[in-house]
Design a protein. Structure first.
Length: 68
């Protein structure tokens, strides 16, 4: 349920917006990994969630590129 709404939201965005979100997600993943290395991260499952979101964004970018 939650994932399908997120995917609909991503599909409705432009390629530039998707690229901006991808950069933001990669920065967040870097920060989470840094916090994990320094034992400051309390919710380690967030790393897995962000990785999946990055993959979802990249998939939709590829779908849009192939549709053109």
């Amino acid at each position: 349920m939650k994932t399908s709404k997120y995917l609909e939201e991503l599909r409705s965005q432009s390629a530039a917006d998707l690229n901006a979100q991808l950069v933001e997600a990669k920065k967040e993943l870097f920060n989470l990994r840094f916090q994990n290395a320094t034992n400051q991260l309390t919710n380690t499952s967030r790393i897995k969630e962000v990785k999946k979101n990055i993959a979802r964004i990249q998939t939709i970018i590829t779908e849009k590129a192939n549709a053109e």
